[in-house]
Design a protein around this ligand. Sequence first.
Ligand code: GRG
Length: 294
Amino acid sequence: MELKQYLNEMKANVEAYIREYFEPKIDPPTLHEAMKYSLFAGGKRIRPVLCITAYEACGGNYKDILPQASAIELIHTYSLIHDDLPAMDDDDLRRGKPTNHKVYGEAMAILAGDGLLTEAFLMFTKNLDNNIQDKLLIEAIRELAACAGLYGMVAGQAMDIIAEGKTPQKETVEFIHKHKTGALLKASVMIGGILFGASQQQRVALHTYGRNIGLAFQVVDDILDIVGTTEELGKPKGSDYAKMKMTYPAVYGIEESKQIAAKFIKEAVQAADVFEQRSGWLKQIANYLLERTN
Ligand code: GRG
C-alpha cells in the first residue's frame, strides 16, 4: 500500500468515528454546529493517525484505540479555534475557510473550543471494553493533559505571544516549537505506545521519534509560511513574518532551517528502527512531514 492510501484510510476511520460521535443532538444547536464546523473543515488528522501508527508499530490494531486517537484531534481543533481568535493570532482564514469566530462570533468560538477540549477527555474514556488496562489508560490521559496544557501546548502558545516582535533567539524559538506544536504531536505518538503497553525500549524510541517529528513539523510550517502559496496553505502566506513571530527562519534563515528540519526527521527515522519490520509507516510519515506543502 502507498503512504497516501494508508493516510487516507486511517484519516477516514478517524473521521467516521468523530462524525458518529457528534451525530446525536447537542443543545444548544449553535454550539454543536460551531464545534462540527471546525472538526470537519478539512484537517489532515495527522495526530490521530500518528497515534494509530505508533500503536500498530507496537503490534496493535487501530480499531482498539479509535476513541483515544480521535480525542487528540478534538484538542488540536480547539487549539486552532482559539489560536485564530482576535486576542491571539487574529486570523480570518483557516484551511481556506472563514475561521470559527468569523462564522459564529467570538463567544461561541471560545465555547466551541472549551467544549472540544473538555469533550476530548470524555471521548478518551469511551469504549472501555477494548482490553486496554485502566492503568495504561490513566497514564495515557496524563500524557495528553501534560502535553496539551501547562507543560506543553498552552505554555508554548503563551511564549509565542510573549515573544512576538522581540529579537529572535534560539532558546526561545526552540521552547515555542517544542511546546506549542511539538508537545501534542509527541503525545500522539507516545499515547499509541502507552495504550499498547509498549516496552521501555519502544517508549524511548517513540519519545525520540515524537520529539523530532514535532519540532520538524513546526520548522516546516515556518518555512511554508514564507515559500508556500496561499492556496496550498489555506491562509495568507507571510502571516508569521507580518506578525513578527519568532520562527526558525527568523533565527537561522530559510536554508539552515531546511537543514535543521531534515536533521530532526533523520533522527526520527533512525529511532523508528526499533520497530524493525513494523517501522515502515512511522518512517514514511516522518519523511512526508518534511516534504509536505500544506
Ligand atoms: C490556543 C492553547 C492554544 C494553543 C494553540 C497549535 C497552536 C497552539 C496554534 C496553531 C498555530 C499554528 C498554525 C501552528 C503551526 C503548526 C500547526 C499546529 C499547524 C496546524 O496543524 P495541522 O497542519 O492542521 O496538522 P490541520 O489543518 O491539518 O488540522
